[in-house]
Design a protein around this ligand. Structure first.
Ligand SMILES: NC(=O)c1ccc[n+]([C@@H]2O[C@H](COP(=O)([O-])OP(=O)(O)OC[C@H]3O[C@@H](n4cnc5c(N)ncnc54)[C@H](O)[C@@H]3O)[C@@H](O)[C@H]2O)c1
Ligand SMILES: O=C(O)[C@H](O)[C@H](O)COP(=O)(O)O
Length: 377
């Protein structure tokens, strides 16, 4: 059996070689001839799976994408050719939610506000949005939910319209990229949306670049409207709109989901699906591969204050590291894809175990566990 795996997929070679011959490829540069006599194709979001790519795919029976987003894959084409398709829902949800919290702490510091006085609108309440809810609750931050697909069937939570959500202090997008249907997300943030926002509204996009019309954002920000903006994703990646970058407060290279756990979980999920597809049982597990984290945990000598919580989060992941690398390399230096291919190791909050000395009660530590840190065994 021949299997192609994206070179930016941790542990893929080790996992998939139990099924046959594995070749690592640069996902963005994959050409049709590479797919001749290939049985399985394991990709990330940079590989567009369409008619043109599959012209020489004479044996392909399985495509696995180690991502939650699927806007890069023509699923009906795969179905029409009897090629199985699997993605990895939820694999990197904790990672994206960690990214958001790290970014909000930075903005709160820079703009001198208290997150507990703010309301966060969560647009898209799926795997990531749900993790964001947990983190907001852990930190005592108010939130609004906007998800027209979830709202009708969810008896436990209240939802608001996008117009109401736009009045929140912080708006964070966790939607798929869609162009059709009643609630398409392509350019859901356009000039009209941006113009209606209250000055000072914080915008975070860690979903897909095309959810925000980048030209409109540039126009509005360059006219002087204060909208502190965090962009992890950009229209036309890997080509970032250069003029927009200086106007964005935190800028990163589509790495919100790039914790080692997030990426590795994606690989493991499609490995398991491929084993099922082949009628085999998996023999390897993620925990056999993940290295011990550099920071194994923290022992608190006092109950966690908001300042301590922020320090703990930033000790595990500080988004300013990635913002700095982005500004150095995304446009003029090594480039957007290099930043992603050689992404420095980053672990999820769950990699750090929190304990406290006897004066710290487990009740006082509970919000840290809800935030994503681990409890001792
Ligand atoms: N930056 C990154 O590294 C990164 C990582 C993971 C995911 N993503 C992106 O984030 C998206 C969300 O990820 P997820 O794991 O939460 O996906 P998910 O499928 O679990 O959740 C998406 C939610 O968005 C809702 N939705 C769809 N259209 C909407 C609209 N018009 N308005 C409001 N809500 C809408 C859906 O009903 C669903 O509940 C992915 O599709 C992907 O594009 C980016
Ligand atoms: O949809 C996702 O899961 C993420 O956006 C995606 O995984 C980001 O990484 P990429 O696949 O582009 O390497």
């Amino acid at each position: 059996m021949r299997i192609l795996v994206d070179e930016n997929m941790p542990y893929a070679r080790q996992l998939f070689s139990e099924f046959g011959q594995v070749e690592a490829i640069s996902g963005r540069d994959l050409t049709p001839s590479k797919l001749k006599n290939v049985d399985g194709l394991m990709i990330r979001s940079v590989t567009k799976v369409n008619e043109a790519l599959l012209t020489e795919a004479n044996k392909l029976s399985f495509v696995g994408s180690a991502t939650i987003g699927t806007d890069h894959v023509d699923k009906s084409l795969l179905m029409s050719r009897d090629i199985s398709f699997v993605n990895a829902p939820g694999c990197n949800a904790h990672s994206v939610a960690d990214y958001l919290i790290s970014a909000l702490f930075v903005l709160a510091q820079q703009h001198q506000f208290n997150l507990r006085d703010k309301t966060v609108a969560i647009i898209g309440v799926g795997n990531i949005g749900t993790r964001v809810i947990d983190k907001c609750e852990a930190l005592g931050i108010n939130y609004l939910l906007c998800d027209p697909f979830k709202a009708p069937a969810d008896a436990f939570r209240q939802y608001v319209s996008l117009e109401e959500a736009a009045r929140a202090d912080i708006i964070t997008f966790h939607v798929p990229l869609t162009r059709d249907g009643q609630y398409p997300t392509f350019h859901m943030v356009d000039e009209a949306f941006l113009s209606a926002l209250n000055p000072g509204t914080v915008l975070v996009n860690a979903s897909r670049g095309e959810v925000i019309d980048n030209k409109a954002l540039y126009r509005v920000l360059s006219q002087g409207k204060q909208l502190p903006t965090v962009l992890d994703v950009w229209e036309n990646e890997p080509h970032v709109m250069a003029e927009l970058l200086p106007l964005v407060e935190l800028a990163t290279a589509h790495i919100a989901g790039y914790s080692l756990e997030g990426k590795a979980r994606g690989t493991e999920m499609i490995y398991q699906a491929f084993a099922d597809h082949c009628g085999r049982r998996v023999s390897q597990h993620l925990e056999d591969f993940l290295p011990h984290p550099e920071i194994a945990g923290f022992n608190l000598g006092q109950p966690p204050t908001p300042e301590i919580v922020q320090r703990l989060v930033h000790a595990v992941y500080d988004v300013r590291r990635d913002d700095k690398l982005f500004r150095e390399h995304a446009l003029a230096g090594k480039g957007f894809d290099w930043l992603r291919r050689f992404y420095p190791e980053r672990r999820e909050l769950s990699s750090a175990v929190i304990t406290g000395n006897p004066s710290v009660t487990s009740l006082q530590l509970a919000p840290l566990y809800q935030l994503g840190f681990s409890r001792p065994d």
